[in-house]
Design a binder for this molecule. Structure first.
Ligand code: XMP
Length: 506
């Protein structure tokens, strides 16, 4: 096991993830973790993360210097390297300007940590302070035009530092450097995988929950599904899942969720059919934010009512992923749309949280889902907003419009799958603006709805580009929708990116 000691850097999780990619189990601990506890965890290596502080700053995060005495290899990254240098008697100075972005590293000693790295390589830098003199016993192993000590090593004590970030993709040889540390220096084997993650997570859940009862809001999306299955593996029938059908789900979705979890995984699943309740509350509402608010509130009410019927519950499962943890930490981001996650924690409900996916990135959750034998349909499901189809009907939500959108959306899904694009694009769906236009079918004049197609590619949903879909695919979708969905006579393709548009229309 390798420890990542977190000094507040935005990349601590990314370092952990890279280590996991090398097949090495890894845990993140706060910078001030007690040395006794570290000894007890018996890591094979310790990585100090970067961080925004200066070692001279007031309240700068510092670890117990005894960490350098416990005979465990240490790799300091960015701030982690500066702290290492500072703690061991080297010199750190403030630079007049930051060294930022892609930088050339000149390797002075291609051994140990920098084994098999060329004499010059690209690295990614982001720092204000820099090291002017390494501590005694350390050799300078790399420099850049602005940093005389961009990499340092004390091979005898197995203590290393790099000023740049090996964990980001902009350091193309970064993984080689991390592997050198893990395998050559720490002697890790690299035999850890998602199966081991599942086993460890199950053990932790059992320890946390004991014989108490656990509640889970299951949406059928990958995050809540994986979290629920993992918890179920750990504690079986102590878990009860509640699945709320608000009536804005896609075609056949509620049936699939019930079938998968009740019949497939034999889980306790409460199916709350709240369609009529939601329809009554949403009637006549056209404002997007109001729709979201109403659906969010109503969801919590239904969930609470179902939970109350189940009696005392001590824990609530959340499918929180690492990117959600970062996002909720940035309170400064402007609210563009009030996102309501089905499964969001009702504020006044008192539960302890079980969050088994907190350290994982999306693709790791997919790997875990496969490990847990979740159906492919769930493993590869595209993101779907909590308020569902209600925010894909622009204008009032009615039963008729929901039916039309559901059918059209199902055709988009089928055709995108047939074209082999479902996994390649971020999202592909239909939108129903509440507008009608004139058409002609047979010899008849028609006056019917328009369907908008929204098919985008994106890394994380924050920005997106519309997909240059082959004309034949667009043609198939358009023909099928107009021929098969009663009440539609026109199909248009949304060719705006985000920004300035958003992915969803509301
Ligand atoms: P926008 O429309 O803001 O969407 O560009 C970005 C991503 O977020 C999804 N989305 C939501 N997800 N609850 C969710 O869980 C919501 O209320 C919600 N609104 C948007 C959207 O589908 C896209 O992937």
């Amino acid at each position: 096991m390798v420890l990542v000691m977190d000094f507040g850097g935005q990349y601590s999780q990314l370092i952990a993830r890279r280590i996991r990619e090398c097949g090495v189990y890894c845990e993140i601990v706060p910078f001030n973790t007690n040395i006794g506890k570290i000894r007890q965890m018996a890591p094979r290596g310790i990585v100090f993360s970067g961080g925004p502080s200066s070692v001279y700053g007031e309240g700068a995060p510092k670890c117990d210097p005894a960490i350098f005495e416990i005979d465990v290899p240490v790799l300091g990254i960015c701030y982690g390297m500066q702290l290492t240098a500072h703690s061991l008697g080297g010199k750190v100075a403030h630079a007049t300007s930051r060294e930022y972005g892609n930088t050339r590293l000149y390797v002075d000693n291609p051994e140990g940590l920098l084994a098999e790295i060329g004499s010059e390589t690209q690295v990614w830098m982001s720092h204000g302070d820099y090291i002017t003199e390494p501590p005694q016993g350390f050799a300078v192993t790399g420099h850049t035009n602005s940093s005389p000590v961009a990499a340092m090593a004390n091979n005898q004590r197995q203590i290393y530092g790099v000023q740049f970030h090996p964990e980001v993709v902009h350091t193309p040889e970064g993984m080689k450097i991390l592997r050198n540390f893990l395998f050559n220096i720490c002697g890790c084997k690299g035999d850890w995988n998602m199966g081991s993650f599942a086993d460890q997570a199950i053990g932790k859940i059992q320890q946390q929950v004991g014989n108490k009862r656990v509640l889970c809001a299951l949406s059928g999306g990958i995050d809540s599904s994986v979290a629920a299955v993992l918890v179920h593996r750990a504690i079986g029938d102590q878990l009860t899942c509640v699945f709320v059908n608000h009536g804005f789900l896609r075609k056949e979705e509620p049936e699939q969720v019930v079938k998968t979890f009740r019949d497939g995984f034999h889980m306790n699943l409460v199916y709350a059919d709240a369609v009529a309740r939601f329809m009554a509350r949403i009637e006549g509402i056209t404002d997007p934010e109001q729709k979201r608010k109403i659906i969010g509130e109503e969801f919590i009410r239904v969930f609470e009512a179902e939970a109350a019927k189940l009696g005392d519950m001590d824990f609530l499962v959340q499918g929180t992923l690492y990117p959600d943890v970062i996002e909720s930490g940035t309170a400064t981001a402007a609210v563009i749309k009030s996102h309501h996650n089905v499964g969001g924690l009702p504020e006044d409900m008192k539960f302890e949280l079980v969050e088994p996916l907190r350290d994982l990135f999306k693709d790791e959750v997919r790997a875990l889902a496969r490990e847990l034998n979740l159906p492919e349909d769930i493993v590869w499901r595209q993101p779907f907003p909590g308020p569902g189809l209600a925010i894909r009907i622009i204008g009032e939500v009615t039963a008729e419009r929901l039916e039309i959108l559901r059918e059209a959306d199902s055709i988009v899904y089928q055709e995108i799958k047939i074209a082999g694009l479902y996994r390649k694009v971020w999202q592909s769906f239909a939108v129903l603006p509440a507008m009608k236009s004139v058409g002609v079918m047979g010899d008849e004049r028609t006056y019917a709805y328009t369907i908008g197609l929204r098919i985008v590619e994106s890394e994380d949903g924050m920005t997106a580009d519309w997909v240059r879909l082959p004309y034949e695919v667009l043609d198939n979708i358009s023909r099928r929708i107009v021929n098969e969905v009663k009440g539609v006579n026109r199909v248009v393709y949304d060719i705006t990116s985000k920004p300035p548009a958003t992915i969803e229309w509301e």
